[in-house]
Design a protein around this ligand. Sequence first.
Ligand code: KG4
Ligand code: ZN
Length: 341
Amino acid sequence: MRILAIETSCDETAVAVVEFLDDGIVKVLGEAIASSMKIHVETGGIVPEVAAREQLESMIPTIEESFRISDIGHQDIHAIVVTQGPGLLGSLVVGVETAKTLALSWNKPIIPVNHVMAHLYGNWINNQSPETSHQKPEFPAVGLIVSGGHAEIILMTSHDEYKWLGGTRDDAAGECFDKCARVLGLAYPGGPSIAIAAEQWNGGTVERLLPRPMLHSKNLDMSFSGLKTAVLNYTRTNPDYDVSELAFELQEAIVEVLVKKLDTAIKLYNPSSLLIAGGVAANTRLRDALDILSKNHSIPLHIPELRYCTDNAAMIGAFAALAGKSVELVSVRPNPSMELL
Ligand code: KG4
Ligand code: ZN
């Protein structure tokens, strides 16, 4: 089965042509991505109206480019899939309306996809050579999705059955990186900027300058908004603060909370695999800490290739190939609650 996947939930216009392989893995035949990130770097964050306008311009050329790269035409695809939400309203409308128009004119079924769940499906994409062949995640799996909009823990018992176990009560982990980077005068997006600044800190083990919110709560809920306030207060009371030290501390605080919550989830649900996804999964410190956690519990850890950690259309296609259901009518859902998953 071949699928055309469209993702426009945030600032990217991403399109991929993916193929479902018999062994339950998805292969990417071609993909293209246009981003308005350069503009958002100048504004220090995403301006939704600007993102949607850019997406309107790049939507059709990006679809054409992904067909060209995959070397197939629309007659060779079996379905069109599109991110339905959560995301920015104007951006989602561009993708969903394009998908509906194409589905109608090419007479193909249309499959709506939840962006957050789709992040986990980066772990079912295999573009590697047979020698480094990708191991498919086993169920039950515990998944941690950490992005600019989410910090959620999900239990997957099959492709059709999953349960939301807990998540952030306020800011997402990536949002916390982004907001704190702004406080520290570092560039947007904040995650990579904080990670680079943290690497420059060579003061060894630092004192705990920042709190670890909800670290010892018994449930799998998290909270990251207080960290931003703590960073802000620290910079005000210590005007000669060291940016790299604070960046290091912030990264440690976020990583420690995420690892502790995942450790609790493993103890409660005894999964056969661990899945990490979302933009923050690109963080090397987090990847290293989760690697140790998975080895301590002897559970395989699955993290997508770097380009499938951040927003991309291949994961949308992978979700649809393995878990999607076609519908008659698709509408945008900017704010679906994770608890309803
Ligand atoms: O999944 P994603 O591309 O978009 C959303 O769906 O939100 O995630 C973007 C988020 C941003 O907040 C960005 O700062 C964060 O991922 N991020 C990172 C790193 N690379 C991206 N956070 C920490 N370390 C990184 N290396
Ligand atoms: Zn995302």
